[in-house]
Design a protein around this ligand. Structure first.
Ligand code: NDP
Length: 293
């Protein structure tokens, strides 16, 4: 059996269409244009690419994009002042600060300073608590995108054995919460987990968010399982050139022989992450404007 490839690019394009429709309805019916402020501190090349993509896609769906570029030596106090200003700006409904931040700035202080209702990355302690308590809040974009792909692929996830590999605050833990909310039986694995291969063989769903190229092998896969590969790893092409290619945390070539469905890297989870950021911004805008009591 060869697994179906889950097309994250197509799913993200569909989601962006739905976001654009919501944006045009908000503009036509309520005279409100959702606005997203993206803050980048420093000049890390990867972060610059991410933030430019986010800004471009924000504009493409008809939202306003407010870019703030700050020098690498920006103090924590200066960044917090800018966040405070954006918290009070009625044209800005979502605020994101591109991570990682320079050493002198504590990311926890920054995340907590963003108004919870504008925290479109879903990292604020109030949104973390909402997810854990099963209440409405803003959900981190990558796990949200993974959940959408799983539901598109499988439908009802109730009763399925789900293995999440990785327990970071931005991917692994919220992913496990979302799968629990979908009535999966969830196992969370991490660097101290024993017998990861056995746990994998038992899983109907595997979400790998580790950062180790091809950690998950083909013979770990339960036949027919659905595999979501969050990992983005740059590896040498081994062709004598200095160029790189991207691979995931799952050995795609091996796993595709056993799984029922699998996300590729690139073109799987990555595109969904930005589309979910746009969806979160529209949702935040609605809550701050038309749904406010
Ligand atoms: P972190 O480094 O924060 O977390 C990695 C997790 O993997 C940790 O919980 C760690 O365990 C666990 N781990 C490490 N080694 C092993 C091992 N041998 N077996 C099992 N678990 C292990 O990474 P992130 O969660 O931020 O990101 C994970 C990957 O996803 C990265 O490749 C990143 O680039 C990618 N990513 C992709 C996104 C997308 O949009 N596609 C978005 C965000 C991330 P422990 O806690 O014990 O240290």
């Amino acid at each position: 059996m060869t697994a179906k490839t889950i097309d994250g690019k197509a799913a993200a394009a569909e989601l962006r269409k739905r976001v654009a429709k919501q944006v045009s309805e908000l503009r036509a019916n309520y005279d409100v244009q959702p606005g997203l402020a993206a803050i980048l501190v420093g000049d890390d090349p990867a972060s610059q690419v991410y933030i430019r993509n986010k800004e471009r896609q924000t504009e493409e769906v008809g939202m306003a994009s407010v870019g703030r570029r700050l020098p690498a030596e920006t103090s924590e106090g200066a960044l917090l002042s800018i966040i405070e200003e954006l918290n009070h700006d009625p044209t800005v409904h979502g605020i994101l600060v591109q991570l990682p931040l320079p050493k002198q700035i504590k990311s926890e202080a920054v995340i907590s300073a963003i108004s919870a209702e504008k925290d479109v990355d879903g990292f604020h302690p109030m949104n973390v608590a909402a997810l854990s308590n099963g209440k409405d809040g803003l959900v981190p974009c990558t796990p949200m995108g993974c959940t959408m792909l799983l539901k598109d692929q499988i439908g009802d996830l109730t009763g399925m054995e789900a293995l999440v590999i990785g327990r970071s605050n931005i991917v692994g833990k919220p992913m496990a919460q979302l799968l629990l909310a979908e009535n999966c039986t969830v196992t969370i694995a991490h660097s101290r987990t024993r017998d990861l291969d056995q746990k994998c063989r038992n899983a109907d769903i595997v979400v790998a968010a580790v950062g180790i190229p091809k950690l998950v092998k083909g013979d770990w896969i339960k036949p027919g399982a659905t595999l979501i590969d969050v990992g983005i790893n740059r590896v040498s092409k081994n062709d004598g050139s200095t160029t790189y290619r991207l691979v995931g945390d799952i050995d795609y070539e091996e796993a595709v022989q056993a799984a029922g469905a699998i996300t590729p890297v690139p073109g799987g989870v990555g595109p969904m992450t930005i589309a979910c950021l746009l969806q979160n911004t529209v949702a935040a805008c609605k809550r701050q404007t038309i749904l406010r009591d």
